[in-house]
Design a protein around this ligand. Structure first.
Ligand code: NAI
Ligand code: MG
Length: 374
């Protein structure tokens, strides 16, 4: 029996995880789902959106399933914090970003597949899988504002192009770093190629911008060429991120596996998700070598919280990814078949797909179809 850390979080995180629970029960997935606290509620009451007890729970489980959280800007976060905790200088942090770093979940995998019959599909023949680096790059959080004098001086001393900025007051300057490591590049690229190899995908496209961001994007592309040598049957395509944004609209069906750094991957994967139905369909896995956290990509959508009207497909497809990762390949496949059938029949649909069904109606219908076809 598997042990899954079950983290509904805030807002519609609960609505969609309730739907996933119905599905996992219905398909008789043999697991104990153990509730963990995460999100805004715990920031307000404890000053910690990811309590230590939750981290301990995760360490005891095979993997985690996460719904969604609410996060708010700095000032609001301080205002909503329990007054007794306010003075200690604690700051809000994103618990999901923390989880990625803490468990070294370096792969953010985002399949974007158009299921036939989905009225929200841009085209019916899209089947992309995006591998986004999840731990470094522009989202490392190594940023300065104002810029410390030591950092400024070091840049002045080491880079001739800093000359242009020499008279800018330090408080009028902000710097966000984009650190890539060879190891970081190689491991995400490897995962993309291994996936392509396993599922007979013909190409891997590395999405960067090495003609302009010469050092970081350059490192990623050079490493991609190295790794590609181990996979002679898979074509390596190199595409600049701006062009990729365009190609995804023009010919999304031509692409297969995409791999990119943290921020570019984030942007491209949201664009790709919109081609196959948007937030109601976008699922993702944060995957490391030993642990993984699966989640729908959407947030807590506060205005729909507790109304059970949002689409649980993204959350259910994230559960399908979890089954795959656990090695329950057959169960995952059967679940996907049931999902595809419900989409195709089009009788039970949430509002975003033009229907009136509830979140839980969709879950129950998927279970019904699962039982009918197997
Ligand atoms: P959101 O993803 O929560 O919702 C935006 C809009 O998308 C919703 O109002 C709704 O119209 C639609 N939508 C989202 N999920 C849907 C679903 N399953 N079915 C149908 N329609 C759906 O993004 P928003 O409003 O920008 O953020 C709300 C809160 O969520 C914020 O506090 C934000 O920080 C947080 N957030 C959390 C994320 C996470 O937990 N991974 C990711 C994105 C935002
Ligand atoms: Mg995003």
């Amino acid at each position: 029996m598997y042990k899954i850390a079950w983290l509904p979080g805030d807002g519609i995180g609960k609505d969609v995880t309730d739907a996933v629970k119905i599905v996992l029960d219905g398909i008789e997935f043999n697991a104990e789902l153990i509730h963990g606290d995460i999100g805004w509620k715990f920031w307000k009451s404890e000053g910690n959106p990811l309590p230590d007890r939750t981290i301990e729970l995760l360490r005891k489980c095979d993997c985690a399933y996460f719904g969604a959280i609410t996060s708010k800007p700095k000032e609001e976060a301080q205002k909503e914090l329990n007054p007794e905790l306010r003075k200690e200088g604690i700051q809000y942090f994103s618990p999901i970003v923390k989880l990625r770093q803490l468990f070294d979940l370096y792969v953010n995998m985002r399949p974007c597949k158009a299921y036939p019959g989905n009225p929200l599909n841009y085209r019916d023949d899209i089947d992309l899988v995006i591998f986004r680096e999840n731990t470094e790059g522009l989202y490392s959080g190594i940023e300065y504002h104002p810029v410390p004098e030591r950092v400024f001086n070091a840049l002045m001393e080491t880079h001739p192009k800093m000359e242009r900025f020499k008279n800018v007051p330090l408080e009028d300057m902000a710097i966000s770093t984009r650190i890539f490591t060879r190891k970081g590049c190689r491991r995400i690229l490897k995962k993309a190629f291994e996936y392509a190899d396993k599922f007979n995908r013909k190409s891997v496209t590395v999405v960067e911008k090495p003609n302009v961001i010469r050092e970081t994007s350059g490192l990623m592309v050079r490493e991609a060429r190295e790794i590609a040598k181990d996979y002679p049957d898979i074509e390596l395509w190199e595409t600049n991120v701006d062009a990729m944004a365009m190609w995804l609209i023009k010919n999304p069906q031509d692409y297969s596996v995409l791999v990119s750094s943290n921020m570019f991957g984030d942007i491209i994967s949201d664009e790709a998700a919109q081609l196959i139905g948007g937030l109601g369909f976008a699922c993702s896995g944060n995957i490391g070598d030993k642990f993984a956290v699966f989640e729908p990509t959407h947030g807590s959508a506060p205005k729909y919280a507790g109304k059970y009207v949002v689409n649980p497909m993204a959350a259910i497809l994230a559960a399908k990814m979890m089954l795959d990762w656990l090695g329950e390949i057959e169960l995952a496949k059967k679940l996907e078949d049931a999902v595809a059938l419900v989409i195709k029949e089009g009788k039970v649909r949430t509002y975003d797909m033009g229907g009136k069904s509830s979140t839980l109606d969709v879950a129950n219908e998927i279970v019904k179809k699962f039982k009918e076809i197997h």
